[in-house]
Ligand binder design. Structure first.
Ligand SMILES: NC(=O)C1=CN([C@@H]2O[C@H](COP(=O)(O)OP(=O)(O)OC[C@H]3O[C@@H](n4cnc5c(N)ncnc54)[C@H](OP(=O)(O)O)[C@@H]3O)[C@@H](O)[C@H]2O)C=CC1
Ligand SMILES: O=C(O)C1=N[C@H](C(=O)O)C[C@H](O)C1
Length: 236
């Protein structure tokens, strides 16, 4: 079996490090480069060459770039994949409208899979939320998301995705965000009627689930034609 040649963009971050650790132990992946924001402290880590974003045009050839950075790093990562004609997987949240549109534009040229949450549970939760919203017209819908204190964007990308699912089902959605300790990621979608309440909750206790999901998506995506894909497409 050919290995999937992966570039990790945002390699110094919590998610970048988790992806690096898991892919390095997996026979199906060959990490060909690590990309960081600032000049790398070392030019080679675990025998993998390191590049700063300024050097992104000099990357060795790869099959898929996996991006978990911040909105300010996202554009350069996507542009590099379009330029090289290579697949792009991204979990970066907090993107603005123009960045979301650039994902769709890029999908005319390369396979693109962006997901606000790479866990299997949230992929299932999204469809449950849509069904519940459609089945409970007139009920209040509130989404409460809780994350670690280092998280920059709010509401979380997942909360916004679940909110869109609820709106598709006909609900008006309100959001609340909590930042506390080292919470990996929790999402409560609460439907409240008169005298009763339905709560749908997902709790992530280990960010390796996101890293494994992103690696699964990368392997799946490299064999696909240009287009815009969702996590759910890779799970069927
Ligand atoms: N979709 C999903 O399943 C998940 C999504 N996320 C999202 O992924 C992103 C990263 O999360 P996390 O790893 O926790 O965050 P971290 O802050 O730990 O890591 C972000 C990394 O991005 C790098 N970065 C920042 N700006 C740039 C830039 N301009 N160019 C290149 N790299 C840059 C930083 O580099 P440096 O270290 O040099 O500053 C940092 O290492 C967030 O948007 C988060 O919301 C997180 C978990 C799961
Ligand atoms: O920043 C995080 O940590 C997470 N971000 C994603 C989001 O914004 O939804 C996914 C997960 O909840 C962890």
């Amino acid at each position: 079996m050919n290995k999937t040649r992966v570039v990790i963009h945002g390699a110094n971050g919590r998610m970048g490090k988790a992806i690096h650790r898991i892919a390095a132990d997996h026979p199906g992946f060959d990490i060909v480069a690590l990309v960081t924001r600032s000049d790398p402290k070392s030019r080679v880590i675990d025998q993998i060459p390191c590049y700063s974003v300024r050097e992104i045009d000099a990357l060795p050839d790869f099959d898929v770039m996996i991006d978990f950075s911040l909105p300010e790093g996202f554009d350069a990562a996507l542009a590099a994949c379009v330029k090289k004609g290579r697949a792009f997987v991204s979990g970066t949240t907090g993107l603005d409208d123009a960045q979301r549109e650039s994902l769709s534009a890029a999908a005319n040229h390369i396979p693109v899979l962006w997901a606000s949450n790479f866990s299997m549970g949230v992929a299932v939760l999204e469809s449950l939320v849509m069904r519940a919203a459609a089945a409970l017209p007139g009920w209040n819908c509130d989404i409460v998301e809780s994350h670690h204190t280092q998280k920059k964007d709010s509401p979380s990308g997942t909360a916004l995705t679940l909110g869109r699912a609820a709106e598709t089902g006909g609900a008006d959605v309100h959001y609340a965000s909590l930042r506390a300790g080292d919470i990996v990621g929790e999402h409560l979608v609460q439907f409240t009627g008169m005298g009763e309440r339905l709560e749908l909750v997902h709790r992530a206790s280990d960010r390796d689930i996101f890293a494994r999901g992103a690696l699964h998506a990368a392997q799946w995506l490299q064999q696909r034609p240009a287009g815009r894909y969702a996590m759910a497409d890779s799970l069927v």
